[in-house]
Design a binder for this molecule. Structure first.
Ligand code: PLZ
Length: 450
């Protein structure tokens, strides 16, 4: 059954090159896609049906021997690279000593050590606590539980264009109907939506956008009913929307003055992605609770809620947990990931990658009016594609450019409420040369879709 996998090993030892030896997808991938259609629920769909055999540095090698440039990191997960050496070493040692005891039954040091590290790395020097989970959705959902326990209030405000997950509560928090919510209700109650700051489309200053949002919150919910505001400091799935300066600080200030817990969903933005440990730092905000996931586990499922000790400890003993939360393999990977970021200077590397991305994409915008906006921070950058005459979103163009890039061996992802955003989230282990080549391919993809 595993004969389709060629004998290549993962990690940065893989040749760092784009190499196409078959059409994309190749025959082995097509064969696997057939099996997928027969065996896997059709609700689980695939951006690029090329089956992975190995990955590392800045490439994903498929079962046909094609080597693809990775500009997506498995949706912002493999920030330190796939099979990063320290992660492999730590997980290998852990899997050989014990795989699971359940932290709620007989605990282990790795969990405590990850909590200590996240307490130190998240914004603010107040006393903190951390609880560990498996997925981003689980972290966000637990942050809401904790905020409700602390405030003894129920309502939660999320924003336009938000994405927070696919569980029932996080579907309710997520804005976009298709594909995330349609047909899956009824959704959790007491979730309200406020307008975001979306500078490219609303033209408002941060202060103006915050005033508008706060007015909606006060009129439609009321601080006396509101447990928490949940927001991504830069919206991820919603289109890499960076709010206007001052928007986030004004919301934090209002929340603090009104006994409302401010939850930063840093699932996509956190852990070095934007050139800081957390994107909240770019505007100097200190959230009450921070949700981490994706990048923190170096590819293993690990997530966390970290925040003010008095808020975190408001949940009664036994009120938080789960069989696998902070599993030994995931915490070993997490510690190795955080160490890799520190030792390899990856915050700095994310900023360098950000400069390469924004300068190349900025040049593309100069020469192609269909590129309406270039935005992002660090190694989290996107272009919003529009009809140059009307600024109307052009989802078909985003789809066409992505398909052309895929066919040429570059993994690039789309996003956005309107489906018209191409986003770039390369692993920080990618070389400058490979990144530049990926962007050359992208520029060519824009040419051929003219
Ligand atoms: N919060 C900000 O970006 C996950 C979702 C992909 P999980 N984003 C990728 C998809 O289509 O399912 C995400 C996020 C933000 C929460 C989540 C949820 O994280 O680990 O997927 O549960």
């Amino acid at each position: 059954m595993f004969l389709l996998t060629p004998a290549v090993s993962g990690g940065p030892a893989l040749a760092q090159e784009r190499r196409l030896v078959t059409e994309i997808p190749g025959p082995r991938s097509r064969e696997l896609a057939e099996r997928q259609r027969a065996a896997v629920a059709h609700g689980v769909s695939t951006t690029m049906p090329v089956y992975a055999a190995a990955a590392g540095g800045g490439v994903v090698v498929d079962v046909d021997g094609n080597s693809l440039i990775d500009l997506g990191s498995g949706i912002a997960v493999t920030t330190v690279g796939n099979s990063a050496p320290k992660v492999v070493e730590a997980v290998t040692a852990q899997v050989a000593s014990f795989t699971h005891t359940c932290f709620m039954i007989t605990p282990y040091e790795g969990y405590v050590a990850v909590a200590e590290r996240l307490n130190a790395l998240t914004p603010g020097d107040h006393e903190k606590r951390t609880a560990l989970f498996n997925s981003g959705a689980e972290a966000v959902e637990n942050a809401v539980k904790i905020a409700r326990a602390y405030t003894k209030k129920n309502a939660v405000v999320a924003f336009d264009h938000a994405y927070h997950g696919r569980t029932n509560l996080t579907m309710a928090l997520t804005a976009k109907n298709q594909p995330y919510k349609s047909g899956f209700g009824p959704f959790a109650p007491e979730v309200y939506r406020a307008p975001l700051s979306y500078p490219y489309r609303d033209g408002l200053s941060g202060a103006e956008a915050a005033k508008r949002a706060i007015s909606v919150i006060e009129k439609q919910v009321g601080a006396e009913n509101l447990a928490a505001i949940v927001i991504e400091p830069i919206q991820g799935e919603g289109g890499f929307i960076v709010p206007a300066e001052g928007f986030l600080p004004a919301l934090v200030e209002w929340a603090r003055a009104n006994d409302v817990v401010f939850i930063a969903d840093e699932v996509q933005t956190g852990i070095a992605r934007t050139g800081a440990w957390y994107a909240s730092e770019h505007e100097g905000i200190v959230p009450d609770l921070v949700a981490s996931a994706k990048g923190v586990g170096g590819g293993l499922p690990l997530s966390a809620v970290t925040g003010r000790a008095e808020i975190m400890d408001a949940a009664h003993a036994g009120g938080l947990g789960g069989t696998y939360g902070g599993n030994p393999l995931a915490t070993a990977a997490g510690l190795a990931t955080l160490e890799t970021i520190e030792q390899e200077g990856l915050l700095e590397r994310a900023r360098e990658i950000g400069e390469l991305l924004t300068s190349r994409l900025g040049a593309l915008q100069q020469s192609d009016p269909r590129v309406g906006d270039v935005r992002g921070r660090g190694a989290m950058v996107a272009v919003e594609l529009v009809d140059p005459a009307t600024q109307e979103p052009d989802a078909a163009l985003a789809k066409g450019v992505a398909a052309a890039a895929h066919a040429a061996g570059v993994i690039v992802l789309t996003c956005g409420t309107y489906g018209n955003v191409l986003r770039f989230l390369p692993p920080l282990s990618i070389s400058d040369e490979l990144l530049a080549e990926g962007l050359d391919v992208l520029a060519h993809a824009f040419e051929v879709t003219r």
